[in-house]
Design a protein. Sequence first.
Length: 194
Amino acid sequence: MRYPTTHKDLTRQRIINVSSRLFKEHGIDATGLASIMSEANLTNGAFYAHFASKEALVEAVIADQLQAQLEQFGQAPKDINGLKQIINIYLSKEHLSNCSEGCPSAALLDEIVKRPNSTKNAYTNGLKRIVKNLADSLPETRPEKSESLIISLLSLLIGTLQLSRAVTDEMFSAQILESGRATAHNLLDKHWNP
């Protein structure tokens, strides 16, 4: 039986989607190819028709997830209010409790650091696109100043979410999120009205 030309692309994307969820839930190294292919309802042998190695899959997942995040952020208005909307959604209880569908940086950053340069390059390229896109939302300033502010903001958001997920005390976790939101809003307000 001959499949339509889109079948291979759809199957590849299904593997990426399943891998993304499993990597975020269990970690990259703790997730085996057999688990991924089983979850995707595919045979283990089918993996190599789509990826040369697990690391090639990791690179594809990172690139895909950062592109999806860029598109999600792109739905917010391109102004200070849009950035505040992103902050509020990012540092929400819903995002906190939905690691498998959330930010790839908050879920996988500690593992990406240990990956080969090819994987780090996929992350670097995706992150740079996000920084540039968000920097375009800031008032007229020098691009390097806007990008510096966005890098600081993203660092604050990612670190806040990771810290909030790491604690077992729910009230303390909520306090961490609220503190991060307030600090991120203040950072933007200071830039907007120096």
